[in-house]
Write a protein that binds this ligand. Structure first.
Ligand code: FAD
Ligand code: ZN
Length: 226
């Protein structure tokens, strides 16, 4: 109780399976006494593009635009665009970040990737020599909860789905100092029976009940590539 959770959600349709997973997380965590915020990226029409518009006022170097440098400078002088500042505030407050999305091309949807690109600014999420275990978002947990089109069996044949999580969990979250909980994967909700879908939703509720007792994964190459 009292824990703060931010769910960053990337699905267009509230009636989707992802929408149901979101609803369950909000209900269950609220019931536990957590304070839950949702960034519903499509509903917010969240801007995924990393452009000059993210910096208010004069650029640090107007001769040649460098997004990383300009957002870092803008962060320091409080000149990042309002939508970014709002997301950073939610991240800063949160004890746990949950990312809820359908897998797109072995990756997260562009709108969510855009959230990562734009919100996790240098100076805010990491800095020189403040990365990985020393990242600036230390003390927080994250959990990638996603759905697939492919079945569990197909993923087992083609290779471990953990490979796909290396850029997301290690390259982004661990880089920023966030500890990673086991991912939650619902395989092929479109192609299973309604009964199986209900089972998957119940399993998510059950997992959330004991989530705060979980240990983070050892986020190093061995976890991903054995
Ligand atoms: P939905 O279609 O919304 O849901 C499935 C079913 O669940 C629906 O019938 C819905 O009515 C039902 N449902 C919703 N809520 C409930 C409830 N409470 N109880 C019972 N039933 C319910 N897949 C891969 O595996 N790898 C890829 O690389 C990949 N790339 C993709 C790229 C793109 C651009 C796109 C569009 C898709 C890709 N996919 C890929 C497929 C994608 O991951 C799946 O379509 C998606 O994960 C399914 O989730 P959903 O929430 O959209 O399902
Ligand atoms: Zn790692």
């Amino acid at each position: 109780p009292g824990k703060k959770v931010l769910i960053v959600y990337a699905h267009q349709e509230p009636k989707s399976f992802n929408g149901s997973l979101l609803k369950i997380a909000v209900e269950e965590l609220t019931k536990q006494g957590c304070s839950v915020k949702v960034s519903d990226l499509y509903a917010m029409q969240f801007e995924p593009r990393a452009t000059k518009n993210d910096i208010a006022g004069r650029l640090h170097n107007s001769e040649a635009f460098n997004y990383g440098v300009e957002t870092w400078e803008a962060y320091k002088r409080g000149a990042l665009s309002k939508d970014l500042v709002e997301e950073q505030k939610k991240v800063k407050e949160a004890d746990l970040l949950i990312f809820q999305f359908p897998l797109f091309w072995f990756n997260m949807p562009a709108i969510l990737k855009g959230w990562m690109d734009r919100v996790l600014v240098q100076g805010f999420a990491y800095d020189f020599s403040k990365a990985y275990d020393g990242g600036l978002l230390q003390g927080k947990l994250c959990l990638f909860s996603f759905t697939t089109g492919g079945s569990k069996e197909k993923y087992a044949i083609r290779g471990d789905i953990r490979y796909l999580l290396w850029p997301m969990q290690h390259g982004i979250m661990h880089f920023c100092g966030v500890k990673v909980l086991e991912p939650h994967i619902c395989y092929a909700p479109e192609n299973v029976s309604d009964e199986k879908r209900k089972e998957m939703l119940t399993a998510w509720t059950q997992r959330l009940k004991t989530l705060w007792k979980e240990e983070p994964i050892g986020c190093s190459p061995e976890w991903y590539f054995k």
